[in-house]
Design a protein around this ligand. Sequence first.
Ligand SMILES: Cc1cc2nc3c(=O)[nH]c(=O)nc-3n(C[C@H](O)[C@H](O)[C@H](O)COP(=O)(O)O)c2cc1C
Length: 310
Amino acid sequence: MLTTRFTELIGCQIPLQQAGMGVVAGPELAAAVTRAGALGMMGNVLPAPQLAGTLEHLPSPVGVNFLMPFVEQDAVEAAASGARLVEFFYGDPEQKLVDLVHGGGALAAWQVGDAEEARAARDAGCDVIVAQGVEAGGHVRGTIGLLPVLDGVLDAVGDTTVVVAAGGIGTAHAVKAVLAAGAHAARVGTRFVAAAEADTHPVYAQALVDADAQDTVLTTAFGVMWPDAPHRVLRSCIEAAEAVTDETVGEMAMGDMRMPLPKFAVPCPARSTTGNIAAMALYAGQSVGAVTKVERAADVVRELTADLGD
Ligand SMILES: Cc1cc2nc3c(=O)[nH]c(=O)nc-3n(C[C@H](O)[C@H](O)[C@H](O)COP(=O)(O)O)c2cc1C
């Protein structure tokens, strides 16, 4: 397998990071990816004590991802003491948070959408910077394609900081291509949404299997709870939500409670979500054409990185 600055810094065998993806990327998925030799990531949806307890049972190295609009300091502290990497997305890089992560003994990462944001992340002290292209599934920070973003980020911070490429990467060719373009690792989201270990509703996973790259769209439609934040979803879910006449589309679990899910709300459907799944936020990147079946995360890792040593 290929050794890069990413594998050396993180202490994993494969230059591949599974994206943090909220509830979809739970401990089961993170553990499976890490056991396969890449970097598994948990999207944090837990209060600090439960997060600390969960991390105790995960293999190493794993990362924890936080969305800035919902970040809680005590959960960041718990992540920093129990994970190898603590990562943030969707907000200006903050030195205070990076210092908190380093204070707990972890490495800090920030996912960014352009070179200016990458410089701010480096200046805040980040060890790893993820350059995200507009092809990406889920929330999208920047406005341009991955290769130009990656070029700009590498020019800005590549000498000092480990750089990971994200957005539209769903095949072994694409992984090889971003490594050849200078990235120290590839980050993959959508392929892992359809992994057997992901907490993904089966109707959502099947929609990914059925879709092609041209079936995704960048939108602000699913803005209830988090307005004006562009995200890439399957076009079909916008059309399905527009056709719903009720205020809600179903119910989702929140710990032991069940909550109504408003139409056009941010959460994507997990296994335990009920209702009109096709009308919920079905996040998908332009990599979705490479999702052809539900399969184990280890098989996805193997397929994406099989010929990297060649
Ligand atoms: C279902 C889903 C949820 C996501 N949630 C998050 C998140 O909570 N935090 C984050 O940093 N990125 C999130 N992302 C974006 C990913 O980090 C990454 O940029 C993206 O998946 C890369 O594009 P790809 O999906 O084509 O591989 C999400 C992506 C998807 C598909």
